[in-house]
Design a protein around this ligand. Structure first.
Ligand code: HEM
Length: 276
């Protein structure tokens, strides 16, 4: 019960940070900046931060923790995989549209493309996110890969997913800082006008949201129960050597595994469908 309360507290804090961040980015472009339009001008550029915050940060964050929501645990793992993949796909599409907006704006204003560190890391993270999406769908949604491959690939999928999420937040912070330096001239960023303070708070909110998502995602005891069984098997089956998970799974369904409480066995029997 206490575990559930702690989870709900972390989830509510993440939801609040995400909601306020979306309100802040909209107020930034609509109140302090030129608004939103698709005309090649600064208002088209403004889609860039808006779609990144809504899509690449918030939707991606939700996609990462969607398996942790206790009220989804009675849904099939397949349905949850579709929701996870669908949210990631939506985040990717919004990130691509946000990139089109900034390239369009640059070309229209004859500003060079891809000169900044922000743009290099930004393009790299979008390309790698696309690759992560394709590999994830290929491995876990198209039913061709053997269970042992799925289990062996999972640590890499989790590691690269979390690394990309952290990088997205870092790149967004770089973009915010750049925009404040470029966009504020009189008074300048260093003079701390209201817009600068307001948008600094947006950056802090993105970091808080990112930190909470990472916290929720990395608590083993908050995992979907069937995933906790897999995790226990994974660690008892030889630490980092994931190739041993396959045999461990079959041991579990035969009831031979060391961790053989009736509860674990009952859940273990569902693993054919649940194993990633
Ligand atoms: C992970 C999130 C982000 C990604 C992947 C990303 C990606 C990119 C890319 C690839 C460019 C280069 C476009 C070109 O050269 O024509 C760019 C430009 C730019 N972005 Fe972002 N961006 C992100 C977040 C943000 C945010 C939140 C802001 C805040 C306003 C921002 C501000 C800028 C600015 C000012 C430019 C033009 C200057 C430059 O090329 O560095 N970016 N972004």
């Amino acid at each position: 019960m206490e575990k559930r309360a702690q989870f709900l507290l972390a989830l509510s804090a993440a939801a609040a940070a995400a909601f306020v961040a979306v309100v802040f980015v909209l107020r930034w472009v609509l109140h302090f900046r030129e608004g939103l339009a698709w005309d090649g001008g600064p208002a088209e550029f403004n889609w860039h931060p808006v779609l990144i915050v809504i899509g690449f940060v918030v939707l991606q964050g939700i996609a990462i923790i969607v398996y942790r929501l206790p009220w989804t645990w009675q849904c099939s793992k397949l349905l949850m995989k579709f929701i996870h993949a669908g949210l990631n796909l939506l985040a990717f599409i919004l990130a691509v549209i946000s990139m089109v907006a900034v390239f369009d704006f640059h070309n229209f204003a004859k500003i060079p493309n891809m000169y900044s560190l922000h743009s290099w890391l930004g393009l790299a993270v979008v390309v790698l996110y696309g690759l992560q999406l394709v590999l994830g769908v290929g491995m876990y949604l198209i039913p061709v890969a053997p269970v042992s491959w799925k289990a062996a690939f999972m640590p890499l999928h989790v590691y690269s997913g979390l690394s990309l999420f952290i990088t997205v937040i870092a790149v967004a912070l770089m973009g915010i800082t750049e925009k404040l330096i470029f966009g504020l001239s009189n008074p300048k960023y260093k003079d701390s006008p209201p817009e600068a303070l307001f948008v600094n708070v947006l950056g802090v909110l993105l970091v808080v949201f990112g930190g909470l998502i990472l916290w929720i995602a990395t608590r083993t005891s908050w995992k979907r129960p069937s995933d906790q069984v897999l995790h226990a098997l994974h660690t008892s089956a030889g630490g980092e050597d994931n190739t041993k998970v396959g045999p461990a799974l079959s041991q579990l369904s035969e009831g031979n595994d060391a961790e053989s409480s009736s509860d674990v066995r009952r859940r273990g029997n569902k693993l054919g469908d649940e194993a990633e």
